[in-house]
Every structure is written in C-alpha cells, then in structure tokens.
Design a protein around this ligand. Structure first.
Ligand code: THU
Length: 178
C-alpha cells in the first residue's frame, strides 16, 4: 500500500539537498543572516554552544531566537523554540520557512527531537528548513557582523524540511468518546 495516501501520515513534499549559500534565494539568505545575528545573544554558560534560529511567518515577518540555558538544565530553551514562542506570543502561528545555525566544524546542527515536534505544531504542511554552519565572528557591532556575513557565500547549506526531519510525526489526537 502507498503509505503517502494514508490519512494522517506526513511524508516530505520537498527533496533534501545541499546547496551553496550563494545560490539560495534572497529570502532564504535573509533568514540565515537573521539566525546568525540572534545567535550572538545565546545564553549558554553550561554548553558554550550557541544556536540561532529564524522563522518566516505566513505574512512574511521574521521571528528569530537563540538558545537560553538554565542551571537546572531541563528548563533550557533551544533556539527554535525561543523563536516560535516569540512569534506565537505576538499572535503569529503559521510559518513558511525556517533557518537554524550553529558552529560545528564538520557537522550540520539539525533541530533536536523536541524542536522538530514543536515546529510540526505550527507547520500547516511541509515547510523548508535551512541548516547552516554559523559564521565565526568577533564582531563587536552589527555593522561589523554584516561584513562577516558576506563571507558565507561558499558555505554548504542543508536544505531539508520538517517532514523530512520528522516523518510520520505526531499531529493531533481525536478525543475518544466512550
Ligand atoms: N540546541 C538548540 O538550541 N537547538 C537545537 O536544535 C539543538 C540544541 C541547544 C540546546 C543547548 O542549549 C545547546 O544547544 C547544547 O545542546
């Protein structure tokens, strides 16, 4: 049986590819830049691992967020959930694309399982997700950072989607009336 036809199963509509930053649409570059900027605000005294995320809303606005850690560890918020909570608390609940950046020398930092489920909640279909290596910068101000962001051009970007990252993810449940 073709499982894509089974109600409730979410299969990716978008292929997973790797593309060069310079070949991406301006709107995607804008998301990746926003994620890089907000990443500098990450509060990471425990892991020292900064992450930035940016989500584009259906109406075109960008909401970004960084990870915020806590001494008790489990209350920490990942960058993706910070960004989504910022948007939802501003009345925005639907997104069309997202970007996540963190710095690992030779690995893409894809969203954790909890964030995949969180993103799924507000994706009304498959949405593209762009994962890239964060720009390494010692910039003291935004203008200097803008300069460093121009060096992203040769970087690889993982272009994936929420249904690629969370196939057959949990969507909702129907109340069983006994
Ligand atoms: N982190 C994120 O912010 N997003 C992810 O998708 C993966 C992990 C954060 C959580 C924690 O603050 C740090 O990265 C190390 O795990």
């Amino acid at each position: 049986m073709d499982t894509t036809k089974v109600t409730g199963l979410k299969k990716a509509d978008l292929p997973e590819t790797i593309q060069l930053y310079k070949d991406l649409d301006v709107s995607v570059k804008e998301l990746l830049k926003s994620a890089n900027k907000v990443r500098l605000n990450a509060y990471v005294p425990y892991s020292n691992f900064k992450v930035g995320a940016a989500f584009r809303s259906k109406c075109g606005r960008i909401f970004n967020g960084c990870n915020v850690e806590n001494a008790a560890f489990s209350p920490s918020s990942c960058a993706e959930r910070t960004a989504i909570c910022k948007a939802v608390s501003e009345g925005v609940r639907e997104f069309t694309a997202a970007a996540v950046v963190a710095y690992q020398e030779d690995a893409f930092t894809t969203p954790c399982g909890v964030c995949r489920q969180f993103i799924m909640e507000f994706a009304h279909g498959d949405i593209p997700l762009y994962v890239a290596k964060a720009v390494q910068t010692n910039a003291e101000d935004l203008k200097e950072l803008e300069g460093d962001l121009e060096n992203l051009s040769t970087d690889n970007v993982l272009c994936t989607s929420i249904y690629n990252l969370l196939p057959n993810g949990f969507r909702n449940f129907k109340k069983i009336v006994n």
